[in-house]
Write a protein that binds this ligand. Structure first.
Ligand code: PLP
Length: 400
């Protein structure tokens, strides 16, 4: 067998990918499964965007691009950050990569040394801790429970910072909870960071167009502009424009960090796909009506599922500000017994029960660093969501 490097053996395959695979396997075996694991839009990429990509192919826009992305796409990003977030950045402080995931990974590769700490509020997107470990760093997981709306408080941040802290991760709206930080909350976190100039801020705002809250989406850099020289503001087209397979994400930040990310990219992937970049530029600069329409659909589905889950005895769910996930608390079913006589001792037991006895696939909260919860995606049709909620309701009622 091949002897693998510790940086690989120390990390896991994404639990959400594993759960989605299990649901697909059961379906393939003929089981009727309602799959609520998948964290990607169920819409197709809009035709106007696809057409730009087809034209790009026809026009011969099929070669290597600059390592940091085409000027057209970086201008589109620059314009978007300025108009939506009030963040002004120069074209050479923006980098484009193969998805937000790649930008986040390269940012850590560029900065994290062995023993460096990265503060990750939990519940977190499953990839952050493993990305830190893969780059030799130490994830410092901060439990952010429902009592603080699943959010990092200034006090918790201040208490967690050490001389070894390199980054703090802020994901707003969050996967898995959907909660987002308000301008006031970001300002208060910014004040703490003001006292610790060695800490960088990794802002993952990939869901910030899928927004339901009655306060506006904002970035910590919008409210604390002094942080611009140590924050990386990451976004992408995957979620907002139903373009997960096109693999385009980007970041804006201090020039030395962006240069380092570009250097790594120049020696790994060279550049993201020229065709996808043309499509992404069209997505950002084109008519945003489709985004507005799809967000309305996401909002309706999310509200409906949220109401239904909250009506189920044993479950309770915080209302999301954005994104397309729900993260219900299932402490009310822990300790109960299934009709088959098995005791539910953890959120993993509950999720397995839902899958095996009710045919609903979700992901257990422990995978996101906070128990006992489970995550379900609302990026699926109303009918499937209703059926999923019916099944969860029946399964919960059957517990003793
Ligand atoms: N950040 C968060 C919080 C996500 O949930 C995801 C995708 O699931 C990503 C980043 C990655 O997005 P991309 O497709 O741009 O790599």
């Amino acid at each position: 067998s091949v002897k693998l490097a510790r940086r690989v053996t120390n990390i896991r395959v994404s639990p959400s990918t594993a759960a989605a695979q299990k649901a697909r396997d059961l379906k393939a075996a003929g089981r009727n499964i309602v799959d609520l694991t998948v964290g990607e839009p169920d819409f197709d990429t809009p035709d106007s965007i696809k057409n730009v990509a087809i034209e790009a192919i026809r026009d011969g826009d099929t070669k290597y691009t600059p390592v940091n992305g085409t000027v057209a796409l970086r201008k589109a990003i620059q314009q978007d950050y300025a108009t939506r977030l009030g963040i002004e950045c120069a074209l050479d402080t923006i980098c484009v990569g193969g998805g937000a995931k790649q930008i986040l990974f390269l940012a850590l590769t560029a900065t994290v040394e062995k023993g460096d700490e990265v503060i990750i509020p939990a519940p977190y997107w499953v990839s952050y801790p493993d990305m830190v470990v893969a780059n030799g760093g130490t994830p410092v997981i901060l439990r952010c429970g429902e009592d603080t709306g699943f959010k990092l408080t200034p006090q918790a941040l201040a208490d967690a910072i050490t001389p070894a802290t390199r980054w703090v991760v802020l994901n707003s709206p969050s996967n898995p909870t959907g909660v987002a930080y308000t301008a006031e909350e970001l300002k208060a976190l910014g004040e703490v960071l003001g006292r610790h100039p060695h800490v960088l801020v990794l802002c993952d705002e990939i869901y910030d167009r899928i927004w339901y809250a009655d306060f506006p989406a904002c970035s910590i850099v919008s409210v604390v502009p002094e942080l611009a020289d140590r924050a990386l503001v990451v976004n992408g087209v995957s979620k907002s424009y139903a373009m997960t397979g096109w693999r385009i994400g980007y970041g804006a930040g201090p020039k030395d960090l962006i240069d380092a990310i570009n250097k790594l990219q120049s020696q790994s992937s060279s550049c993201p796909s020229s065709i996808s970049q043309a499509a992404a530029a069209a997505a950002l600069t084109g008519d945003q009506a489709t985004v507005t329409e799809t967000v309305e659909v996401y909002r309706e589905r999310c509200e409906r599922a949220w109401e239904r889950l909250n009506a189920i005895e044993g479950l309770s769910c915080v209302k999301p500000d954005g994104a397309f996930y729900l993260y219900p608390n299932c402490s009310g079913v822990i300790g109960k017994t299934t009709p088959e006589g098995k005791k539910i001792e953890s959120d993993l037991d509950f999720v397995i029960y839902l899958l095996e006895s009710a045919g609903v696939a979700t992901i257990h909260g422990a995978a996101y660093g906070l128990e006992p919860y489970f995550r379900l995606s609302t990026a699926t049709s109303k009918e499937i969501l209703e059926e999923g909620c019916d099944r969860i309701e029946r399964a919960c009622k059957a517990l003793r």
